[in-house]
Design a protein around this ligand. Structure first.
Ligand SMILES: O=P(O)(O)OC[C@H]1O[C@H](OP(=O)(O)OP(=O)(O)O)[C@H](O)[C@@H]1O
Ligand SMILES: O=c1cc[nH]c(=O)[nH]1
Ligand SMILES: [Mg+2]
Length: 211
């Protein structure tokens, strides 16, 4: 595990909500709400080092210098479908962000990613992209999405996943050493069907009620 390059966000609220999401008795409505709440909290954590500059403003009382975000603008890129469950939480925290979409599903037999959609903001090369997908399992989908974004010009990318498997982190670390990964949990392993153990099942199906 110590070979993994990964940032684990251990905030108690995130860990508590993740436990509720993992339970098989948690229904679609609660699962979706919890994922949005956790995404908001994770966005808060991953933007901790974003640069600030001081500007002069006028309050009702006086003028003063006060801080605002500076540096690159942000783009949020959910990997469809399940990544959509993390989109609103991030955009709630960064309302000026543009949104791109990458459609990618994992072939259930081969576990290889299949790309089916891509629509990005035109200035993708000038933005910091936050790619969101709740699950990083074999790493195939995220690695392919990151390659696609780089081929479209992206230069600064952060990957934010709710739960990851060590196997998938190794793949993304190897293929995209420039992309920092943030997660709420590094789980144990993958099972014979490529599902994360203990994980939370199929995130897309639980978000959209397609079980
Ligand atoms: O790391 P990997 O082994 O590639 O697996 C992870 C991918 O699998 C899930 O998507 P899925 O294929 O179920 O598509 P969906 O979001 O449409 O349900 C998940 O949301 C990831 O995108
Ligand atoms: O555990 C897993 C693995 C891939 N995709 C999911 O939704 N869950
Ligand atoms: Mg799915």
């Amino acid at each position: 595990m110590s070979d993994l390059k990964i940032n684990v966000i251990n905030h108690p609220l995130i860990q508590h909500k993740l436990t509720l999401m993992r339970k098989e008795t948690t229904g679609t409505k609660d699962f979706r709400e919890l994922l949005e709440e956790i995404s908001m909290l994770m966005a808060y954590e991953i933007t901790r080092d974003f640069p600030l500059k001081e500007i002069e403003i006028k309050t009702p009382v006086t003028t003063c210098k006060s801080k605002v975000l500076t540096g690159k603008k942000v783009g949020v890129v959910p990997i469809l479908r399940a990544g959509l469950g993390m989109l609103n939480g991030v955009v709630n925290m960064i309302p000026a962000a543009r949104v791109g979409h990458v459609g990618m599903y994992r072939d259930p037999e081969t576990l290889k990613p299949v790309e089916y959609y891509c629509k990005l903001p035109s200035d993708v090369s000038e933005r910091t992209l936050i790619v969101v997908d709740p699950m990083l399992a074999t790493g195939g989908s995220s690695a392919a999405a990151l390659s696609l974004l780089k081929a479209k010009g992206a230069k600064s990318i952060i990957l934010m996943c709710l739960v990851v498997a060590p196997e998938g982190v190794r793949v993304v670390n190897e293929e995209h050493p420039d992309v920092p990964i943030y997660t709420a949990s590094v789980d144990e392993c993958l099972n014979e069907h490529g599902y994360i153990v203990p994980g939370l099942g199929d995130a897309g199906d639980r978000i959209f009620g397609t079980l």
